[in-house]
Structures are given as C-alpha cells and as structure tokens.
Design a protein around this ligand. Structure first.
Ligand SMILES: Nc1ncnc2c1ncn2[C@@H]1O[C@H](COP(=O)(O)OP(=O)(O)O)[C@@H](O)[C@H]1O
Ligand SMILES: [Mg+2]
Length: 465
C-alpha cells in the first residue's frame, strides 16, 4: 500500500485519542509496578505497533509535512494499528499506549508528560527507573520509568543531537538545552556507575518577576524601585551569590528594565536569559570538539561583541579571562552592563574578579587591577539562599572609589538577621543603612528619580525590633 492510500484509509478511521493533557494536570505515564505481567504484555504490544508503524509509514515523506500535520498522521496511524492489535486492550490501555508511543516518536518519551506539567521546575533522572521532580521547591519521586538504560540513552541522544552536540564514551558528559529553553546536563558511563543520568532545570516554566521576588520576601518594594532605577540609569552591576541563589533570575529581571531603545548583547555559556526586549542579540559559547579544536570562549565572544555596536553587554556569569574585556567594556562606553559572579559577600565578589584577572595571563599590578574594578563596577548586589530555603538579597553595595589601595564600598540596603523560628524560618528585615547612594543623582538625570525617603533607616534602631 502506498503512503497516500494508507493515508486515505487511516483518515477514514476514527480520530485518535486526544493527546494533549489539560494544562497543569500532572500526568503520570508509567503505571504502578503491581501488574508486572500485564505491563510486559503491553510493552510487547507497543514494540509490535512501533515496528509496524516504522514499516508502513514513510517517515521521509512525513518529514516534509509541518509539525501539526505530522503529529496528526502519526497519531492516526498509531490509533489504527492499535485497533488491529490481537492483544485485547481496554480503552484506558489503548489511550495510554497511544499517548506513550506518540511521545516516543515525536518527543522525549517518558519525559514528555513531565515537561508538559508547568508546576515542575526540575527533572532529575538518576537511573532509568528512578526519576525525581521538583515541585514548589520540594523533591518528589515519580513513577515515571524508562524501559532500560538503552532507552534512556536514546532519549539523551535525541536531546543532545538536537543542539548539535554528542555524547558517547569519549565525551561522556554534555550540556544541552531543550527547545523551550530548559537547561539539560547528561552524564553517562564510565563516569556514572548506574547508567546514564540526566538533569533538566526548567527556567522556562518559572520566570519570576520583580513583584514575585517581593512577594517571596527576597527583597522589598523599595529595593525593587532602586533596582529599576539602576537598570534605567546605566549603572554597571555585578550580581554575586552562590549556586542557586538566584543570580541568573535577578539578572534576567534587571535587564528587563533596560529601555527598549538600546541594543543589548547577551553572552552565556549555556543560554538561560530570556529578555523580553525586541532588540536583543544572543551569543553562546562553543566547547571544543573531540580533537580539542574549535572552542569559542566567553572571552572571544566578549571581544567580538564589542565590534557589534552594543549599548549594553550582559555576560551570564564571569568565570575567567573574559573579566578583563568585560570590565574594559563597562569602562568605555558600554555602561549599564551587567554580569554575575559566584561569591559569598560583596567583598568576596571583588576578590574573585581580582583572582580572575590575575589568572588571565595579562600582567597587571594589584593597584591597577583594583583601579580597573572600582572604576568599572558601580553596584554589587549580593544574593544568598539561607537555611530556610528562601533566597534573599543580603546586601546592595555601592562602589565609591579607591582609598589607600583598597576599593571602597558602602552598603545601601542590608538584610538584618534577627533569629530563627521553630519551623526553621529565618527572621529578620531589610533595612536601609542610612547611606544616600551617590548614584541617586545619576538616576535623576536619567529620568528615574528615587525619593530620599527610601534610604532612611527604620526608626527602631538597627539590630532591634
Ligand atoms: N528570589 C527567589 N525566590 C524563589 N526562587 C527563586 C528566586 N530566585 C531564583 N529562584 C529559583 O531558584 C532557582 C535557581 O535560580 P538561578 O537564578 O538559576 O540561580 P543561580 O544563577 O544563582 O545559580 C531557579 O529555579 C529559580 O527559579
Ligand atoms: Mg546562574
């Protein structure tokens, strides 16, 4: 039978099961383990149908169809083949098999229902038969399973090959990205002992806004106002914090307040930022290939981007030698640039920058190095994730210059810790230190005036409630 004839025939058959689940309704594909015999039989059915499908459908012709139509074709073909199946299936089983098979062919198999669930923020596949997800900040074990290690590896291959990367024994770990922007890391044997592992961090599902951060108690409305003014008035910002402290999230929010008239260039190791402006050019580094060639580093991209006439340069995270080019850019006409760094205090962040400069191979004296940092960066924002799991801005500090060889900084806002309650929640409050930042005048000139009142410290003395 030709593909066309086949097509006509299946078009006459009843519509296949509806596959798209209702939004936010968690969907679990793989059933309980109680009925293992039945499961194995269903698995056999799936294999047979899959086999027939590949035999009968001309996949190369299907490739030419657009996505929706292709999905429809495949859905209908699966529906028909399942009807022809000799193994008696009840309605639920049939719908389930059809759904799973469509996920296998068109998507990422057992991961697909998890990806459709907007409440899930992280998907962690530890083994083919152990998958955890994070929902509302808590990890939970799901009953999602892959058939075996090979099946899991096949899905991993599908993900990494989509972004032009590869994974095998010679390159056993790789970072990739899903079409929706989620970040993926895969690592396989010999580096793992129990088969392939996959970690998906879904930035796309939760894109907190400044208001969300205020609601969550990460900062206050006054701090939010100051942040907006900082972004508008082209101050150079360094966001500092540990892993998962919310640096990228804040960078994303902050860059959202850059006026739409400016040309923004973003540089990242693995694209995470999702700027809403029209005029954004996104660059991403490339790792070396297996022969160790072809690497394009963040430093190369920063250098290159300066020839692309940016108004603002945003580097996802400074990690190495690119720091010099980044600081130079901040100093020479690309004000309002922003980046993040992995450090625990604002002082520590500056020290990290110094270390990165000294390791970059450019010989430069300590004093000149500090001069460079103090004249480039205007504001350091420190984020922390405290023991109660809440991410907070612990300090906003302004860099004011150099004094006897040391960079001088003054805190504008700090989070004042007061104690801890019985549930382990950290008690405290955000306070203005009473320092009126020097950038206030600049903000006014840029049309983002800040009322003096927000820098007045609370009447209750600091350190007491
Ligand atoms: N203020 C916040 N409150 C609650 N969750 C947050 C906050 N900021 C970030 N997150 C969440 O924390 C996770 C890690 O954030 P991310 O910005 O990637 O951290 P980092 O870049 O510091 O490693 C993400 O899932 C993000 O949605
Ligand atoms: Mg980050």
């Amino acid at each position: 039978m030709s593909w066309l004839e086949y097509n006509k025939k299946i078009n006459k058959t009843a519509q296949g099961p509806k596959l798209v689940p209702k939004e936010s309704k968690p969907l679990v594909v793989v059933p309980s383990q109680q009925d293992e015999g039945r499961e194995n039989r269903l698995y056999e059915v799936k294999r047979r149908v899959h086999h027939c499908l590949l035999e009968r459908l001309d996949l190369s012709q299907l490739e030419e169809l657009d996505e929706k139509l292709r999905a429809k074709e495949i859905r209908q073909a699966i529906g028909m083949l399942l009807e022809e199946e000799k193994e008696p299936l009840n309605m639920r089983e049939r719908a389930r098999l059809a759904r799973e098979m469509e996920f296998e062919i068109l998507g990422l198999g057992p991961l697909e229902p998890l990806l459709l669930d907007p409440a899930i923020s992280d998907i962690l596949v530890n083994r083919y038969n152990q998958v955890y997800v994070e929902r509302k900040g808590c990890l939970e074990l799901t009953d999602v399973r892959f058939q075996d290690n090979d099946h899991l590896l096949k899905i991993i291959n599908k993900i990494v090959s989509n972004v032009g990367r590869r994974i095998d024994e010679s390159v056993p770990m790789v970072d990739a990205r899903l079409p929706d922007g989620s970040r993926v890391n895969a690592i396989i044997s010999p580096l793992t002992l129990d088969g392939p592992m996959l970690s998906i961090r879904r930035f796309s599902v939760q894109r907190p806004s400044l208001e969300d951060l205020i609601d969550k108690g990460s900062l206050t409305a006054e701090i939010g106002e100051t942040l907006k003014a900082i972004a508008v008035s082209k101050l150079n910002v360094l966001i500092s914090g540990g892993t998962g402290a919310g640096k990228t999230t804040l960078l994303n929010i902050l860059s959202g307040y850059i006026p739409a008239t400016e040309r923004i260039i973003t540089i990242e190791d693995s694209a995470e930022l999702q700027l809403q402006q029209e005029h954004v050019c996104r660059l991403e580094t490339r790792p070396a290939n297996i022969e160790g060639k072809g690497e394009v580093s963040q430093r190369d991209l920063v250098k290159n981007c300066l020839r692309m006439r940016p108004d603002r340069v945003i580097v996802g995270e400074v990690r190495g030698a690119e720091v010099i080019d980044m600081l130079t850019a901040m100093n020479t006409g690309h004000e309002g640039s922003m980046t993040t760094v992995h450090a625990n205090t604002p002082r520590d962040a500056l020290l990290r920058l110094e270390t990165m400069i000294s390791l970059s191979g450019v010989s430069i004296q300590e004093k000149a190095m500090r001069q460079m940092i103090s004249s480039s960066i205007d504001v350091v924002i420190q984020l922390v994730r405290l023991s109660d799991g809440v991410r907070r801005m612990s300090a906003m500090s302004e860099i004011t210059g150099m004094e006897s060889g040391v960079i001088s900084m003054q805190d504008i806002f700090v989070f004042e810790r007061q104690g801890i309650d019985e549930q382990g929640k950290i008690l405290g409050r955000f306070v203005a230190t009473g320092v009126r930042p020097r950038f206030v005048e600049r903000c006014r000139l840029f049309g983002a005036p800040l009322p003096d009142g927000i820098f007045v410290p609370p009447t209750r003395p600091l350190g007491r409630f």
